[in-house]
Design a protein around this ligand. Structure first.
Ligand code: ADP
Length: 627
């Protein structure tokens, strides 16, 4: 039998396939099943346009079977089939894609969709097979031929007996080796998994013989194993079904099955988009934070389908980082089936779709915020952090898109509010957005400075996530109102008169403060009286952009860099302790030192900062108490 050589281009591709560049060998099955589906599409199309061909859509099928002893896997279709010449042309060359030619010839007819235009296709079977036989009988022809090849050294075509039209592809699987168990493709479970994963939505039934356990006839509790041919694929993708036919439950089940979640999603949204790009998306927002969500190896992405055939399981390009919690898929006829991972990242269609998907997600969140506040708050509890990172990351590039999706705890309303709501409810005369940071809302509520703001009926936003303050500094302002940390030294809520009086007092006792600062050395940059505290004796405030909370966050990071916020020790000028200090300065400098140390430690503890010399302070307190 005369062997034919593969064309040069084909040889190159074949070589790549045999030595398998793809780590994901499973996709060969997707390619063969897609080819089978294309071949059926072609015959179905002919049947629609040629009244002599009498085939019903229901007659079409793809069959997958295996023989463990012979180590063969067989894929059969009753599609259009190939003539001797077509076998030669289509499988001997890779460049001239039959599908593409077919599509060109029929460009004006739209009834039929040919999936899989060109690419590695058929040859990917050489990743798993050492020998391939393709028996095919063209529809309407009396003869059948077999194309056979063991790879690089060419192929042969010989006449064979074949009863029915269509194509049968037999793969002689490679022997298992240390890298891979080719036996996997002889296991009905694995085959079913692969078919479900990649070809679930092929529109023709994919049948496979399976062993299933079923009740013995006439018995109530005895089971027996029987062989049954079953349809493996679900055929119509849930996102292509008429929306009226799909219930909320259907979507929820699809979600829990596909994304291995035990809880149904908080939100499901499906969009059909036509215009600059054409696609259908089915997206889900999980109702809880996935256990690995805030870990480094969490992979974001949406599944990408080309007309119901999966191209990529998780395409990261389809989601921006700040929406990385969204799960789901995009199906677009504009995406080519054989596009490579690398190209996909740069693909114009994919980029267009990603942009559009982002808009849909944002819209959905806005709607949820508007129409179902409690649901949104639950969502924000799970994923709000990601949105705040989004404001901060990329030098604030996306801050305007995200700022209205943020929620913060409001001291006045004792619930989460948007920035818009905060500004709308500002007290007369208030022109800034006030916030305070701390570990928990309760702790922030007890910060001495908060008291004065409450007195004035100013609302204060409580920040307890470490990213909050960084995000807010990136925003800088909202609706023209700047953000102000109430723990900053220059925040004032008093009147001009009060301010003047305080300045006078501070000037008068500057020697006292000098002595106290001397005791504290570099601990603080200044000591002074304040009138912003109502009942509390002391507080620590910060100067400049770096707040005490930010100092804590940055210092907790695993780098050698340590920074220090510039702090001021403020003493309540109306508290009895103020008089005591004035007194000590006149009469007992040694005692003043002790008081200073204790007061400074108190202020640090209130801020949630540690103290360097706890034993010394503890002893000092006891000494003062025992007097
Ligand atoms: P592609 O499907 O992307 O065109 P392939 O290498 O997978 O590339 O297939 C090459 C060609 O072989 C197809 O275009 C088609 O014409 C033909 N072919 C492959 N499989 C079948 C099949 N099962 N039935 C009929 N024709 C087929």
């Amino acid at each position: 039998m005369k062997k034919k050589e593969f064309k040069a281009e084909s040889k190159r591709l074949l070589d790549l396939m045999i030595n398998s560049i793809y780590t994901n060998k499973d996709i060969f099955l997707r390619e063969l099943v897609s080819n089978a589906s294309d071949a059926i599409d072609k015959l179905y199309y002919e049947s629609l346009t040629n009244s002599k061909i009498k085939i019903e859509k229901d007659d079409f099928e793809i069959n997958v079977s295996f023989d463990k002893d012979k180590r063969t896997l067989t894929i059969t279709d009753n599609g259009i089939g190939m003539s001797e010449k077509e076998l030669d042309n289509n499988l001997g060359t890779i460049c001239e894609s039959g599908s593409l030619l077919f599509k060109k010839e029929n460009e004006h007819r739209e009834e039929i969709d040919v999936i899989g235009q060109f690419g590695v296709g058929f040859y990917s079977a050489f990743m798993v097979a050492s020998k391939i036989e393709v028996k095919s009988k063209k529809y309407g022809s009396a003869e059948a031929f077999m194309w056979s090849s063991e790879g690089m050294d060419g192929y042969s075509i010989t006449p064979v007996e074949k009863d029915s039209y269509g194509t049968e592809i037999v793969l002689y699987l490679k022997e298992n080796d240390e890298d891979f168990e080719y036996d996997k493709y002889l296991s009905p479970y694995d085959l079913e998994d692969i078919i479900k994963k990649y070809s679930n939505y092929i529109t023709y039934p994919i049948r496979m013989k399976k062993t299933v356990s079923q009740l013995k006839e006439g018995s109530k509790d005895e089971y027996e194993d029987v062989e049954k041919v079953e349809v493996i694929n679900s055929m119509t993708p849930i996102w292509k079904k008429d929306a009226k036919e799909v219930s909320e439950d259907d979507y929820n089940h699809f979600y829990t099955d596909t994304y291995y979640d035990y809880e149904k999603p908080i939100r499901v949204f499906r969009n059909n988009v036509e215009g600059k790009c054409t696609y259908t998306s089915l997206l889900f927002i999980p109702s809880h934070t996935p256990y690995d969500f805030y870990q480094k190896d969490y992979e974001k992405g949406l599944s990408l389908y080309s007309n119901g055939v999966m191209v990529m399981e998780k395409c990261p390009k389809l989601l921006p980082d700040y929406f990385s919690f969204v799960k789901g898929l995009v199906d677009s006829p504009d995406v080519s089936l054989n596009i490579s991972r690398e190209i996909l990242q740069e693909d114009r269609e994919v980029i267009l779709i990603a942009k559009s998907v982002e808009g849909k997600i944002k819209k959905e969140l806005e709607t949820m915020l508007e129409e179902n506040r409690s649901e949104y708050e639950k969502f924000f509890d799970n994923f709000g952090m990601q949105l705040k990172f989004g404001v901060y990351n990329d030098y604030g590039m996306h801050k305007d898109d995200l700022k209205d999706l943020l929620l913060f705890y409001s001291s006045k309303n004792k619930k989460m509010v948007t920035l818009k709501e905060y500004v709308k409810n500002m007290t007369e005369g208030q022109d800034k957005i006030y916030y305070a940071s701390g570990e928990t809302y309760d702790k922030i509520d007890m910060i001495p400075q908060v008291e004065a703001f409450k007195d004035k009926e100013y609302d204060v936003l409580y920040f307890k996530d470490y990213v909050d303050e960084f995000a807010i500094q990136m925003l800088r302002e909202y609706d023209g109102k700047s953000f102000v940390n109430i723990s900053k030294d220059d925040v004032d809520t008093g009147s001009e008169e009060e301010k003047k009086e305080l300045e006078k007092e501070n000037e008068k006792f500057k020697d006292l403060f000098g002595a106290m600062k001397e005791t504290l050395k570099d601990g603080v940059s200044e000591v002074r009286f304040t009138n912003r505290l109502k009942n509390h004796p002391v507080c620590l405030t910060s100067k400049g952009n770096l707040s005490i909370e930010m100092e804590k966050v940055i210092n907790a990071m695993p780098t050698d860099e340590h920074i220090k916020a510039e702090t001021i020790l403020e003493i309540n000028k109306n508290h009895p302790i103020a008089e005591k200090l004035k007194n000590l300065y006149e009469n007992d400098k040694a005692e003043l030192e002790k008081y200073t140390k204790v007061l400074y430690s108190e202020a640090r503890l209130i801020e949630g900062l540690s103290i360097d010399n706890p034993t010394e302070i503890s002893n000092l307190i006891c000494e003062l108490l025992s007097k």
